[in-house]
Write a protein that binds this ligand. Structure first.
Ligand code: DX5
Ligand code: ZN
Length: 220
C-alpha cells in the first residue's frame, strides 16, 4: 500500500500547527520541508524548536533543503523527528550525514534533484534506507512536475529493486499512478492536499489512485 505523506513548508509555528491539525487524524506521518535560502531560493522556519515543542503523535520526517546538511543534522537528531532527507547536491560530506543518522538509529534518505543523475549517489545507495526523488525543483509548493524523472525512477528501480523509493513534488491523482508503477512506495504531496477543500478526501484520492498498481511494501 502506498504511503501518502503531506508536506509542510511553512515560515511560522502557527502555520505548522494549523497544518498538523488538518492532517493529524488522516495520516501517520508528515514531511517537514526545511529551506535555508541558500540551497534553495526560499526560506522556512528553522524548525528545531518548533518540532520540539509539538504535542502530536504524528511521525515527523524532515526534508533538509539546506546547504551543508552536516552542519544541521546533529541538532536535528536531538528532536523527535525520526526520518531525514538530505540532498547530494548540497554537500561533499554525505558520509558524515549518513553516519550521524545511523548512529542515532533513525532513518536516512538521500535526495536527488530532477536534473541530478543517479550515479551521483552511487557510493551511498547501499548505505541509505531509501532514495528520495524530486519531481519538481525544490523550494516551493506547486512546482512544475518534471516528467523525465519518471524514467529515472524506473531505471533506478530496475537496478535496485529492493531499495525503497520516495517521490516529492507535483504528486496528484494523475501523476501518482505512474510514480507507483515506476517503483515508488512513498509519495509526498503538498499543494494537491492543501489546496483541496476536503483534506481527508484528497489524501484518500491519492491513495485510491495507486490502489491498483503493483506496489512494493517499503515504507517508513
Ligand atoms: C518542494 C518540497 C516539497 C513540496 C511539495 O520543494 O520539497 O515537499 O512541499 O509540494 P507540491 O506537492 O506542491 O509539489
Ligand atoms: Zn520536500
Amino acid at each position: 500500500m502506498t504511503e501518502v505523506i503531506p508536506s509542510i513548508l511553512v515560515k511560522t509555528k502557527e502555520e505548522l500547527l494549523s497544518k498538523i491539525l488538518a492532517v493529524e487524524t488522516h495520516v501517520e506521518r508528515i514531511h517537514l520541508d526545511i529551506a535555508d535560502g541558500i540551497f534553495v531560493p526560499n526560506m522556512t522556519m528553522l524548525g528545531f524548536e518548533e518540532v520540539e515543542s509539538l504535542d502530536t503523535n504524528l511521525k515527523i520526517g524532515v526534508h533538509l533543503m539546506v546547504s551543508k546538511p552536516e552542519n544541521h543534522i546533529v541538532r536535528w537528531l536531538e528532536t523527535p523527528a525520526d526520518k531525514f532527507i538530505f540532498h547530494i547536491e548540497a554537500t561533499n560530506k554525505a558520509q558524515e550525514v549518513i553516519d550521524a543518522v545511523k548512529e542515532a538509529d533513525k532513518t536516512i534518505g538521500i535526495a536527488v534533484n530532477p536534473q541530478t543523475p543517479v550515479n551521483k549517489i552511487g557510493p551511498y545507495i547501499d548505505q541509505v534506507d531509501f532514495v528520495h526523488f524530486m519531481t519538481v525543483e525544490p523550494g516551493f509548493y506547486g512546482g512544475e512536475f518534471v516528467e523525465s524523472v519518471v524514467e529515472k525512477i524506473k531505471d533506478f528501480h530496475f537496478y535496485y529493486p529492493d531499495k525503497p523509493i520516495e517521490v516529492d513534488g507535483g504528486v496528484t491523482p494523475e501523476t501518482a499512478p505512474k510514480l507507483i508503477e515506476a517503483g515508488a512506495s512513498m509519495l509526498v504531496a503538498g499543494s494537491y492536499i492543501w489546496e483541496s477543500k476536503d483534506i481527508k478526501a484528497a489524501i484518500q484520492k491519492l491513495q485510491a489512485a495507486t490502489d491498483n498498481q503493483p506496489n512494493s511494501n517499503f515504507k517508513f
